[in-house]
Design a protein around this ligand. Structure first.
Ligand code: CTP
Length: 443
């Protein structure tokens, strides 16, 4: 079966001034039908796969595409199944949803829809062609042919489509070199303006590189460097950059993705003081208890250089940056609070002589902030607070003191706090009786 025929014209190969050489165009590859058949076989094993195969049986124009094909061929579990159809994708989605006993979510204007059942998600889109009114702007979208639909994609390994049903199930179309790149683990853009037109692909490149363990093809790496040094990232809305950063932070190997972004100069391009320091992040993550958020910790570490003076103005700037990137407020506040606290705590924690002092210093700090302070140098104190001290609680409550005759009012809180300090410093044994005695004895 011919693959890739006509997807790219002569002379469209990506090239980079600094690499000199254009990425060579392959001869039309010939593949066996096995690849497409393998995709369909593996699709059948996916939740929703059998229903999708059945749905597409009578149609020639329904194709599985993008990350789903890539992942099935790599024997990875796709995050979602991407389906394109020549027409009427929302109607297809509705029919499938009805068969699965769920509702489809439809965006009629864009000709897209998705169907979710449990952890399974199927995305439907009508084949489209894109043109970019300006570099970095959202593309103008119009209905397109399946070939155009592949052409608009980011990397060759994401530009493979397999016909699901109709007369030729398993028929495969792919960008030139797509299957070779997939087999050999390579990320390659489809054309030389790819990063200029859609600079979010620079961030996607780092994410795929780590997640798939793929190498960046030399010409593509050169194009990425050129686009970046020409300021491509400044042409994209901060919201879209933020979306990519959040996707990076959600990756299982998020620290490695951030490292790849940092090495490419992407973080610096987003903000000159945004940093990912792998040893710092690694130490902080190692200290973070299971109830902490790895994602918030990594974000706090990223903004740490923005708040080194830990003053209100810097804090406001860090917050404003995360607002421009459209981080949800909860995540923004947690990360900034953690970073600001870490700057203060890493100096103050090691000066504590008594556990109760440690406890009080870190009492209102998110655990991500304490872990970060530990990574900045106060490891021992941070570990002690995170693993031991923060869990210390009195067994008695104010009600016990009231019952023992202490008058209602601030006296109750003062005695409870003093008893807790004594407990933390090991001056009072655990247990209600000892605690109550300590609380009542105190002056
Ligand atoms: N795509 C693109 N350029 C972008 C975003 C997406 O070309 N800026 C195309 C790619 O072909 C991609 C597909 O749209 O494979 C679906 O996008 P997305 O769901 O973000 O990526 P997946 O490859 O499916 O990756 P993931 O496994 O992360 O979902």
């Amino acid at each position: 079966m011919a693959v890739g025929g006509g997807l790219m014209e002569e002379g469209e190969a990506p090239s980079g001034e600094e690499t000199v050489e254009a990425i060579p165009q392959p001869p039309a590859a010939v593949l066996s039908n096995d690849v497409g058949a393998t995709v369909l076989e593996r699709l059948r094993q996916q939740p929703g796969g059998p229903e999708l195969l059945e749905l597409a049986e009578g149609r020639d124009d329904v194709e599985l595409v993008g990350g789903a094909v890539r992942d099935l061929l790599l024997e990875r579990t796709p995050r979602e199944l991407d389906v394109v159809a020549a027409a009427d994708a929302p109607a297809l989605a509705r029919t499938l949803a009805a068969r699965l006993g769920v509702e489809a979510t439809v965006h009629e204007r864009f000709g897209t829809a998705f169907v979710e059942r449990g952890d399974t998600r199927l995305d439907f889109a009508t084949c489209r062609a894109e043109s970019y009114p300006a570099p970095g702007a959202l593309p103008d979208v119009r209905a397109g042919t399946p070939v155009e639909d592949l052409r608009r994609r980011d990397f060759t390994v994401n530009a493979i489509a397999v016909v699901i049903g109709g007369a030729k199930p398993g028929e495969l179309r792919a960008a030139p070199r797509a299957l070779e790149d997939l087999r050999e683990g390579r990320l390659r853009v489809l054309h030389e303006r790819s990063f200029v037109e859609d600079p979010t692909r620079l961030l996607r490149l780092a994410r795929y590189q780590v997640r798939l363990g793929f190498a960046v093809e030399d010409g593509t790496a050169a194009l990425a460097r050129q686009a970046l040094s020409a300021g491509a990232l400044e042409t994209v809305s901060r919201a879209r950059v933020g979306t990519e950063l959040r996707l990076a932070l959600s990756e299982p190997q998020a620290p490695a993705v951030l490292e790849a972004m940092s090495e490419m100069g992407l973080l610096e391009a987003v903000h000159p003081r945004l940093r990912h320091e792998p040893p710092l992040a690694e130490r902080a993550l190692a200290l973070l208890p299971a109830d902490g958020s790895r994602r918030a910790l990594l974000l706090a570490a990223l903004v740490l250089p923005l708040v080194v003076r830990a003053d209100g103005q810097e804090e406001a700037e860090a917050r404003a940056l995360l607002d421009r990137l459209e981080f949800p407020h909860g995540e923004r506040d947690l990360a900034v609070r953690a970073a600001v606290a870490a700057v203060r705590l890493h100096r103050e924690l090691p000066t504590c002589e008594r556990p109760a002092e440690l406890y009080i210093l870190a009492a209102d700090v998110p655990i991500e902030g304490v872990a970060l302070a530990g990574a900045l140098g106060a490891a021992e104190a941070a570990r002690r607070w995170l693993n031991e001290l923060r869990h210390v609680q009195l067994e008695i409550t104010g009600a016990d003191l009231l019952a023992a005759g202490v008058p209602q009012g601030p006296e109750i809180g003062r005695r409870l706090r003093a008893a807790l300090r004594a407990r933390l410093d090991g001056e009072v044994a655990p247990g209600r009786e000892a605690e109550l005695a300590a609380a009542l004895e105190l002056q």
